[in-house]
Design a protein around this ligand. Sequence first.
Ligand SMILES: [Zn+2]
Length: 151
Amino acid sequence: MVNAFVTMGKGHSAMEQHCMAMGMAGLSSPSFNSHLIKLTEENKLVRQHVLRNAHSAVRRAHMEVDSSISDSDVINIGVSYDGTWMKRGHTSKKAIIDNIPDVNKMKKAIYATLDHAMSTDDKPLHSRCPSGEKSWCFFNRPLRSKKLFEA
Ligand SMILES: [Zn+2]
């Protein structure tokens, strides 16, 4: 329940109002905060897991291309800062940068990017990603589906 309200960008008072309206027992503010801390820790673990997976996927891809790279070698990887990465489907970081002044929007964006990053073909997780032609989520851009169906 805490996760649901945080995902909607709402805090303890919104959950309290919801519980009162529904005639449900709510959580005290300290309990809400302790759940929030636990969720934050879990999100940190998920983020580390996603980064570890991304790290090993990039390493594997480099090792496939260059057989001289060993498992313990440090690999230099070029990172684009000029904005071209936004046109290559790796644009979810942009969502976080766009929302820096608004903490609730930032939380939503973080959850969306976590889901987006963990998404697979078998289990797409783009329901929190923004939609529309300018969305950083390639999956939710209408052009993508048009192109697929027009081809
Ligand atoms: Zn997405």
